[in-house]
Design a binder for this molecule. Structure first.
Ligand SMILES: Cc1cc2nc3c(=O)[nH]c(=O)nc-3n(C[C@H](O)[C@H](O)[C@H](O)COP(=O)(O)O)c2cc1C
Length: 266
């Protein structure tokens, strides 16, 4: 089993997040004869202060990103792994800045998802709070790339000194290791949810609306027959969820075309 690790901390595998990742890998190793792990530290990629925000990855292809060479190994890891573990410390109630920067460098995958059917596990560590936003964000982001999250775990580092908390974390890690191995071996793709189906349709709107800006997205969708599809794969699409998604798409399209959308007020 090939496991890719994307870890978003300057403390690497020696910090609290790295320790949690290692504990999960050890447990997965107990289920599987051969595990090959590859690790990308988002702090080690030299991606600069932020994504250059040129949008070249979307309009001209990912090779046009000024940081393409620095992200290429990470993209290979995403492509070649059977399972990807995304792990981040919570920084100010969110993912770390370097994890966010990593995600931004793969924004083109929202337009051109490449990891459909691939399971992900999400881990976060914190002093005490913020797992909900950090893990919720990661789940949404990698779903747009195609991954489906099979398990997530947020752990408070200081809590691990208390045996009762430690035992609960151990039990969760045991369970997650089993779930992850099962997800890889079964290869089962989850039925798309209403949110997934809305995501598919919004991505299609984005690609259609930016066709004149660059042919890359359009060619990607055309080659895969996605303009005429209801979902990225042949998986059966639930009827009601798809109807709701179509309604939402119509409202979003009208909002864009007629300016009828409301500004966000919370
Ligand atoms: C800049 C910064 C912001 C942080 N923000 C939070 C936070 O919002 N909530 C929290 O519980 N812990 C916060 N922490 C603590 C880290 O999430 C925690 O120590 C984490 O386990 C460190 O993981 P690492 O050793 O893998 O880097 C913060 C730490 C730093 C450096």
């Amino acid at each position: 089993m090939r496991i890719g690790i994307v870890i978003g901390t300057g403390h690497g595998m020696d910090g609290t997040t790295g320790s949690l990742v290692r504990e999960l890998l050890d447990r997965i190793g107990a289920h599987v004869d051969q595990v090959r792990t590859e690790i990308v530290g988002t702090d080690d990629l030299g991606l600069g202060p932020s994504c250059p925000a040129c949008l070249a990855c979307m309009t001209a292809g990912e090779q046009a990103c000024p940081n393409y060479d620095r992200t290429a190994a990470a993209r290979r890891l995403l492509d070649d792994s059977d399972l990807v573990v995304f792990a981040t410390p919570v920084h100010s109630f969110h993912v770390s800045a370097s994890m966010k920067r990593f995600v931004d460098h793969f924004a083109y995958l929202i337009h051109r998802p490449a990891h459909l059917g691939k399971p992900a596990v999400l881990l976060s560590t914190a002093a005490g709070a913020g797992h909900d936003a950090a893990l919720g964000y990661l789940k949404t982001a990698v779903r747009r790339w195609g991954f489906h999250t099979v398990a997530q775990l947020g752990v408070n580092g200081p809590g691990l000194r208390k045996p009762a908390y430690r035992a609960k974390v151990d039990a969760a890690l045991d369970e997650i290791a089993g779930t992850a191995v099962e997800a890889v071996t079964s290869g089962t793709e989850p039925t798309p949810t209403t949110a997934d189906l809305i995501g598919f349709r919004v991505a299609r709107l984005l690609v259609r609306n930016t066709t004149e800006n660059g042919p890359v997205d359009e060619a990607y969708w055309r080659e895969r027959g996605w303009f005429d599809a209801e979902w990225f794969t042949d998986t059966k699409v639930p009827f009601v969820a798809n109807k709701i998604a179509a309604l939402v798409e119509g409202r979003i399209r009208a909002g864009i075309e007629k300016g009828s959308a409301d500004p966000y007020r919370g």
